[in-house]
Design a protein around this ligand. Structure first.
Ligand SMILES: [Zn+2]
Ligand SMILES: [Zn+2]
Length: 337
């Protein structure tokens, strides 16, 4: 029996009568994580991890939220529902549904390398696994994050010697938080754009410990910004906002920087291949570890990926959803406060 159907409102579990990450309003929604393509406004009831609830309260305002911890089980109409760490961003979760000896898992967005703040991706044994496929091509192979952080630190040190500001473009929910620790090792003050600041405040208020940051305002003295280190959302590098850091260099953090030419096309001085999604090997390992007999691939390279899985003897099909890859793209929706 299909525990999840692919409806025009989102992923739907008929026996429990709940949707997962619906893109149209529904009565009852389970939300994997707080990125706006997965968590929309207008649902009657939201079930998610407590950290996701905290971020959604800041993003969407008051709603009917219910929080459950990872591995806590709630039962709706006989369907056992639980959340499991997805390692993508703070609060991000996979959704496990169990009914009449059948187990389905929806991954949401995930990454398998532990970033130290998002929880460690947990492989969940299941019969059917619905996986994202944002970077599901063999060319996408991430270096260990430690190496990427060292490259970023090197670049910053070089800039500091030349009194040039380092502006890092990173998604305001996810990579912006991951960068704080490595950046704090090379600078006393981490400056942030308003969009990053708002997210930071929401997370601090939810009780999450993160290194301190300083908000850039029109009143921030220019001398203070000479040779500084800044985190800003994508889009800021091509807005007048960035002029206050002159002279500056721009470094973009995104999985898409793996593709030759993308750094140049995005007008960045440096591209750092840093992603909050699993790479090719990460996806394959995750899928294998679920032991699933059937795999559905969603948002990304789902058609090439499902074809590949079938060739490998894993029964797979592609599914069209309305989730995007905005947490990796070069233009973040409405980054400017
Ligand atoms: Zn996401
Ligand atoms: Zn996604």
């Amino acid at each position: 029996m299909a525990l999840i159907e692919f409806s025009d409102r989102g992923l739907y579990c008929p026996p429990a009568n709940v949707y997962i990450d619906p893109w149209k309003s529904v009565d009852k929604a389970i939300i994997t994580h707080a990125h706006s393509d997965h968590a929309k406004n207008g649902n009657g009831h939201y079930l998610c991890h407590p950290y996701t609830t905290a971020i959604l309260k800041a993003r969407l305002g008051e709603n009917n939220y219910q929080s459950i911890e990872w591995n806590e089980v709630i039962t709706i109409n006989g369907v056992k529902i639980s959340l499991h760490p997805a390692g993508h961003i703070i609060g991000s979760s996979q959704v496990k549904l169990e009914y009449k000896n059948e187990i389905w898992v929806f991954s949401g967005d995930y990454k398998v390398e532990n970033d130290g703040i998002s929880g460690s991706f947990e492989p969940v044994r299941c019969n059917t696994f619905i996986t994202e496929s944002t970077f599901a091509l063999p060319i996408y192979k991430w270096l260990p994050q430690k190496v990427v952080y060292e490259n970023i630190q090197q670049w910053i040190k070089q800039n500091q010697q030349e009194q040039v500001s380092s502006v890092l473009i990173a998604y305001s929910l996810g990579k912006a938080q991951r960068l704080l620790q490595p950046l704090s090792e090379v600078t006393e003050t981490i400056f942030v754009h308003g969009a990053v600041w708002n997210m930071h405040q929401a997370l601090i208020n939810a009780g999450i410990h993160l290194p301190e940051v300083e908000l850039i305002t029109p009143l921030t003295p220019k001398e203070k910004l000479k040779g500084c280190v800044v985190i800003a959302p994508s889009g800021s590098e091509s807005s007048p906002w960035i002029n206050r850091f002159k002279p500056y260099e721009v470094g973009i953090c995104s999985g898409w920087m793996q593709v030759r030419g993308n750094t140049r096309r995005s007008n960045a001085d440096k591209g750092f291949v840093l992603s909050d999604h699993a790479d090719w090997n990460g996806l394959l390992t995750a899928i294998k570890d679920t032991g699933a007999q059937k795999v559905f691939a969603t948002h990304g390279f789902q058609s090439a990926f499902s074809r590949y899985l079938n060739e490998q003897g894993i029964e797979a099909a592609e599914v069209k959803t309305e989730y995007g890859d905005e947490d990796e793209t070069i233009v973040e929706p409405n980054p400017l406060p």
